[in-house]
Write a protein that binds this ligand. Sequence first.
Ligand code: MG
Length: 251
Amino acid sequence: MSVTIKTAHEIELMREAGRLLNIVHKELAAAIRPGISTHELDKLGERVIRSFGCVPNFLNYNGFPASFCISVNDEVVHGIPKKSRILHEGDIVSIDAGLIYKGMHSDAARTYGVGQITPEAQKLIDVTRECFFKGIEYAKAGNHLHEISAAIGDYAESFGYGVVRDLVGHGIGKALHEDPQIPNFRQRGRGIRLVKGMTLAVEPMINAGRADVEWLDDDWTVVTEDGSLSAHYENTILITDGEPEILTLAE
Ligand code: MG
C-alpha cells in the first residue's frame, strides 16, 4: 500500500475522529483507580465511543477480542482487557484507543499511574510522552520520516531507556494501519519525504530496561523480556507546511 494524502473532506472527518477520541481518553483517565478491572475500563470506553455513533476500530481487528488494548506494568502493548485483571495502587497502565468516524480512523495511546506510583515509573511515563513531542518537531512537509524516528529514539536512549524495535507507528486514514511504518529509533536511510495532508500515528513505546520484547501465549500481549516497566504515548497527527496538527489532542 502506498502512503495516502488526505483530501480536505477526509481531513475534516479525521479532525472529528481525533476530537472524539480525546474525549474517550479523558473519560477513561477519570475512571482509573485501584480496584477497577481492565474489562470495566474497556466497557466504559466502548459505551463512550458508541454514544458518539462511532465504532471502536480495535474490536475484532485481526480477531482482537476487545475495544481497547490495555497493558499493565511490563506489558508493552496489545494487552487484552479482562475481568480478572484488577488495577492496583502503584501500577502503570497504558490505554491504546481508536475509533472510526464516518469511515475515517483515529488512534491514540496514553500511560497513567494508578494511585501513587514510584518516581521512576512517573519519569518513564513523562519521558515517553516527551519522546512523542521531540519526534514531531520534525513532522513537517519537506522533512523526512526518519528524522522523527531518530529524534524519538535518541531522546529515550539519553535516559538509558530501551526503545522497542519490534513495533512501530504507522500511517492512518481509511484504514487503521496504512503505510508508512514509523520506527521509534534511528534508521540508516532518511525515509520518505513528508507531504502536507499525510496523517500519521506516532507512538513511542519505551521500556525502563532493555528494548527486547516477547509475545505471551494469548498471541496478543507484548511484554518486556526483562520484566521492566513499559510506557506508550501516541497521537494521530496531520502533516502541514508548518507545525503538525495533533488531531487526537484537539478540544
Ligand atoms: Mg497505533
